[in-house]
Write a protein that binds this ligand. Structure first.
Ligand SMILES: Nc1nc2c(ncn2[C@@H]2O[C@H](COP(=O)(O)OP(=O)(O)O)[C@@H](O)[C@H]2O)c(=O)[nH]1
Ligand SMILES: [Mg+2]
Length: 283
């Protein structure tokens, strides 16, 4: 995340209690959202007088963002099945490949399921990533049934004793029932194939779309049982406060952040480090 707001927060919080109006404005500019900003200010006003305001604010932000045990990826399955959902262009396919790469560094093997079957290009893209990260890709023809692809990918993982199945899906929001039907079927097929599957349903959100990402999250949360969020393109925005808004408004844990287009540009979300980056260095 670029630290454009860090300097402003630092200045505001450097000497004693900050002017609440100025702080509220800054929080909203950082995409924390109007309601979350109000609640943060409210908590700040209730903190004891002597404490350094920057540390109190950092503590409040960490408290909101930290999901405790839900922070980590659930890898309890054999194989663990992770489904990626989100609208087109948010970074689902790229994130899936980055995660395969990251877990591969830990010695874990993954099968990639090309269950975004709407566009031939989407299947080609996943095949390319599979080659790059050294993971097997299961794909059917364009237009085929996404649930059948997911099923075959699980069977391939079971047959080869692979640790993970990462399922790419199409991101269509325009027909909510279509999305629900399709993802519901994928989910049922996965649940029937592996106990506890899907172990994660990760909603991929583009940080540069700001409050719009929050609205997407609300719709997807209604349609499918989302277990966590990946916030991509944080390298392209200074308004990282959207993480706070996601936690505060939707209660979803942010599990990873995307910080670039390269395969290593996916980081586990660290609430403390994130709060420090948002607020800038203490002065
Ligand atoms: N700068 C940046 N670009 C990203 C990040 N994640 C994904 N992208 C880019 O976003 C575009 C769309 O990604 P893609 O994975 O195809 O999105 P999908 O439609 O949701 O599958 C691609 O050009 C990616 O390289 C990120 O963290 N940072
Ligand atoms: Mg894609």
């Amino acid at each position: 995340m670029r630290s454009a707001f860090g300097a402003a927060f630092s200045r505001l919080l450097a000497r004693g209690p900050a002017d609440p109006a100025a702080l509220e404005e800054l929080l909203i500019l950082a995409d924390v959202g109007v309601e979350a900003a109000r609640r943060i200010l409210d908590r700040l006003s209730r903190s004891s007088r002597g404490d350094p305001p920057r540390e109190v604010l950092a503590g409040i932000l960490v408290d909101i963002m930290d999901a405790g045990p839900d922070q980590a990826l659930n890898l309890s399955g054999r194989p663990s099945v992770v489904v990626f959902v989100g609208v087109n262009g948010t970074g689902k396919t790229t994130t899936l490949a980055k995660l395969a790469y990251r877990l591969g560094q830990d010695g874990k093997t993954a099968v990639l399921a090309a269950a975004d079957t709407y566009r031939a290009a989407a299947i080609d893209q996943l095949n390319l990533w599979g080659e790059r990260v050294g993971a097997r890709v299961v794909a059917h023809r364009p237009g085929s049934d996404p649930a059948a692809v997911a099923y075959d990918a699980v069977q391939a993982a079971l047959a080869r004793g692979q640790d993970l199945v990462l399922v790419d899906t199409a991101g269509r929001l325009h027909t909510r029932t279509g999305l629900m039907d399709e993802l519901g079927k994928v989910r049922r097929v996965l649940a029937g194939a592996v106990p506890g599957a899907p172990h994660e349903v990760l909603l991929v959100l583009d940080a540069t779309t700001g409050q719009n990402a929050l609205e997407q999250a609300r719709v997807f949360k209604e349609a499918v049982a989302v277990t966590g969020v990946v916030l991509t393109k944080l390298d392209g925005t200074a308004r990282g406060g959207i993480v706070v808004a996601i936690r505060e408004r939707l209660g979803l844990p942010v599990k990873f952040v995307g910080v670039g287009e390269a395969v290593a540009d996916l980081l586990p979300f660290d609430p403390r480090a994130f709060a420090e980056a948002l607020l800038g260095p203490p002065v």
